[in-house]
Write a protein that binds this ligand. Sequence first.
Ligand SMILES: [Zn+2]
Length: 728
Amino acid sequence: MVLLPGLALALAVVASCSRAYEPDLEAAWVLTVETTDSLRTTVAIPSSEAAAPIVKRKGGRTVVTYPSVGGKNFEVSFSYSGDAKSREVVPTVVNREDGWVVLRLTTPEIRDLGVDVEKMKLLLPNGAGFLHDLTRIEDTRGQDLGADVEKEGADGKKRSFAHLNERVGWKEVTGETPCFESSWRYPNSRQLSMQWAQFSSGTENLYLASHDSLFRWKVFRFKYFPDEKRVSFFQENLFTCFPGETWNGPPTLIAWTEGSWKTGARTYRDWYHSVRTIPERPDWIRKSSGWALTILKNQNGKTIWSYPEVGTTLLDEVDRRGIDIVSLYGWTVGGHDRFYPDYDPDPLMGGEEALRESIRKIHERGKKVTLYFNGQLIDTNDTQFWPDTGRFITSIDRRRRPVILQYWKFTSTGKPRSFGKGCYGSEVWCKRLRNLAMMTHELGADGLIYDQMGVGHPLFCYGEGHGHSIPTIGYEQDRVAALERIAAEMQAVHPGFMLITEGLQDCEMNSVDVFWGYSPTSEQGPMPIYMRQAMDGESFWTPFPDMFRYTFPEAILIIRTPTPAATRGSLNFSTTFGYKHEIETRYLQDKRYLVEGIIPDPSEYDDIRAKPDIPSMLDQDPAEAVRYSKAVLDLRRRNEDLLYTGEYTSDDGFTLSTDDPYVLARAFVSGKKMGIVVWNISDEAPASFTVTPDKGWKFVAADAPDGEPLEGPLPAQSIRLLVFERVR
Ligand SMILES: [Zn+2]
């Protein structure tokens, strides 16, 4: 049974001898509708209130149509195809009911996916990827995290999580049939950065995906019943379907495949490339070593760097560490997270001409500059933009209130600042963003970051006068379209202009050149601990950064290391997995560390709410940190054909043998060369290992950061590059 070209490829390995899929007409689904009057009454109608279905079979598909739902003229149908090994369901809604808009439809719940959780783990694209081991889910039960544990939601708000199972995304439901429930929204950097998930055993997989070429808002929903070891699944779709309209929904695909987990990655990648083009990025971006994120002025109005210092002291420090992009944050009159979207060069920092002069000096050193803008926030105080324009283009929620986000950087400033969340359905807002890109070009910089533009999932906007239907889905196709237009316009006037965003969402890969943060996640902590946790595989929730990297090896990702101190762990991780390196200098104390090597006392950060990774500064010699940064980035530079422009192939093409538990290796292929980076993550023990390439490759050379051994056991917290050549 052929479903779609991409899926057919994966299914070729499965011997298909089963009969056509018979839909379960008892399976529950829900339609959510809302009145279009000023009261906006919302009603969720369960499938038990739908009229008896009409079942038609045609051309290998079974279409189940419910002519009315809840006694109203909403026609809902589900079109099924496939067999027991692979199936697809595509929903359709026809709205013939005046006065109502349809907002949501869940697909019929599959009560039992048939996965053996003892053997199969759930791979989800939370950030770059996480494995969820459902057999350990009860380990998360009742683990009190205390009141101090907060997690920032996709809307930017901090929330407290009382228990570990909530934090890792599974909520315990007690009652007659106890279970753990989880909901994963797409597109959302923390939840689903791609539209696929998979249960994998190592040799067998259950691929769950939505090959939705419009990349629409959807939610994958699982329930795990520990007593029965059963997993149920359905897909929730959010949209608008007004009277007289038909909504053709995205497919849900479920397919059993054989082989490693990579079968799913290849299937999804092939599908993606059949519907979307990812442009080849300019060489300077692909070969960049990373960026130095630097806040010039903070939210409290205090200046950390002047413009002349940017082209002298800061440039020198960036250079000493082998980094080649200077990323300027808080470079305007307002500073960071203040007065957005007014971005005016600051006379107190030296004025516009001094800024241009520093940009020229950075270019003379062969380096690049990016400027910061927030892609969604509009300050509600202290600007003329807010009363004149901002409040009219801010997203509006169902209760007709503006969507407000708060950011509070320093306790001493007394209270958070409030920002409206701009609506991309408003041409006024999109034009403002385009003007900022043009301003970046005119100031002589090489690109920009629109912060937060790739982080959160869509929302319903009820804003009058925005130029869209009420409601509409915001932060979905409108956000993608805004980025596409900016990218196209900037490439026309400034070929090679770099567009960066915070977050990780595959729907933005056609316009966004570089994704920063959330890859692997926004909160991974020190990389060695994170990766050792992955290799131990002994917890419910373990990192799996290969999921995104292997699916989209062409994606350019900057890791987040919120400290001016480059650690061996972050440098080794970014080299092994092919990420761009970063350091962050956001506070005066950070600057002193960066420039003078002065190790701060942790109490110096007491007033700061979003603290840097302070242990990274305390636990190592500052001079050694600078030396190792340069040594690693030089290693990558001399092997740039492999480590920057080579294709990341994960652990394909070779076998790693070792008795040491914390050694891993990843490969990059470029023409007839393959480079394999071996990393000993252990904090203490040197590791012995053997790398054996597949037939047809021969070893030609080893390389390592200057001062590190090229052969013999690999010291703790070290990397080595082994280069092979194709011989036939
Ligand atoms: Zn709107």
